[in-house]
Design a protein around this ligand. Structure first.
Ligand SMILES: C=C(O[C@@H]1C=C(C(=O)O)C=C[C@H]1O)C(=O)O
Length: 359
């Protein structure tokens, strides 16, 4: 995909703050949709979202009102001036969204994982001037996310963007979908102008964490937020726990801080420069230390080869891991961080020893 300015559609909105997309998880009734939309007029929201085709994990949950809710969204636009956004899961949905003049069409996380479905949607939307956003796939796979965006781009769709809604995990976590911030950062590195919207509602899966995740997103220079909003969240037909009221949305956006891209004052730049030099020196030391460690690991590999002993020595590895976790804690380092660093080191040690033993 060539580097074009993907930011144009967002710049054309002329906003003085990050883009805010808000609205209920699901369009339930025409009254509910209109009530939320009118309440959102007093917030910073520019776009009204509502799910009308809901991919549910198991049958029997509310699966959305389907095509008939598209007319309700048209009424939202007419009465409130808000732009409208829906999720599409197949080509038929995409065609209907175009027919009903929906402004923003997004591809859901469960659809992004399937290149066949994405291609069919890209074909249905071919050449559209509408804004098309791609949610990250449920699994932490940057290439799959990029692939979906590229399919749309190849279909002549210029007004593109991404939505970061977090990733499924088997690990216990305070999030419903772990953010894995490095993945959207990698996407931004590859396509610097591609707008990325953060979806704290799906990352958190509950109301409490929404402010913190939104602030993190703004600190990482995300271009907007998509926050599920409902006038009576506890009575919502889907995802009741993660929806907030329009009043709470106002409180959150008032408290959020938008940071500058770069420092304006020289004195800060001087301080920053000195600290960055220290970081550079420490990074050089880290590389040196890691390389020394691998040399010793390789020597152990030679001994193992002579003795015909297996690479993995789990008792020793557990002893190391427990020791570093303890040391890490006393140095104020996050446990998950220390664990993932040392697991990566252990994996690399195994790879180095394999080269020695299998040589
Ligand atoms: C280096 C060794 O080989 C493997 C790698 C380890 C490490 O990187 O610290 C620890 C145990 C082994 O699974 C070893 O046996 O000590």
């Amino acid at each position: 995909m060539e580097q074009v300015n993907f930011m144009t559609w967002l710049e054309n909105m002329g906003l003085s703050h990050p883009l805010l997309i808000a609205g209920p998880c699901s369009a339930e009734t025409e009254e509910q949709v209109m009530e939320v939309a009118h309440a959102l007029k007093k917030t910073d929201a520019t776009v009204f979202r509502a799910g009308i085709w809901k991919p549910r994990t198991r049958p029997g949950s509310f699966e959305g009102q389907g095509g008939k809710a598209l007319a309700w969204l048209q009424r939202v636009k007419k009465e409130t001036g808000l732009l409208t956004a829906v999720e599409v899961g197949n080509a038929q949905h995409a065609k209907l969204a175009l027919e009903f003049d929906i402004d923003i069409i997004w591809i859901g996380a469960r659809t992004t994982v399937n290149p066949f479905a994405v291609q069919e949607i890209a074909d249905a939307l071919q050449g559209t001037e509408k804004i098309v956003l791609v949610k990250n796939p449920i699994n932490p796979d940057l290439e799959l996310w990029i692939g979906a965006i590229e399919r749309l781009h190849k279909s002549g769709i210029k007004n593109l963007g991404a939505i970061h809604r977090g990733f499924s995990t088997f690990r216990k976590s305070k999030y419903r979908n772990i953010p894995n911030w490095q993945i959207p950062i990698d996407l931004k590195t590859k396509y610097p102008t591609l707008p990325i919207i953060n979806d704290p509602s799906h990352i958190c899966g509950e109301r409490e964490g929404i402010f913190d995740v939104s602030q993190t997103a703004l600190d990482l220079k995300f271009d907007g937020l998509m926050i599920e909003t409902h006038c009576h969240p506890d009575e919502a037909w889907s995802d009741a726990k993660q929806q907030i009221t329009p009043d709470r949305l106002i409180e959150i956006t008032e408290d959020l801080r938008v940071r500058r891209d770069t420092f304006e004052k020289e004195e800060y730049l001087v301080k920053l420069d000195a600290l960055r030099k220290e970081i550079n020196a420490i990074d050089a030391q880290l590389i040196e230390v890691l390389s020394n460690r691998m040399n010793i690991v390789e020597n152990i590999g030679l001994v193992k080869k002579q003795g015909n002993v297996a690479i993995l020595q789990n008792t020793r590895w557990q002893e190391i891991l427990n020791k570093v976790l303890e040391d890490g804690q006393s140095h104020g380092l996050n446990r998950d961080f220390v664990e993932s660093v040392f697991k990566a080191i252990h994996q690399e040690s195994i790879d180095h020893q394999r080269k020695i033993i299998d040589a």
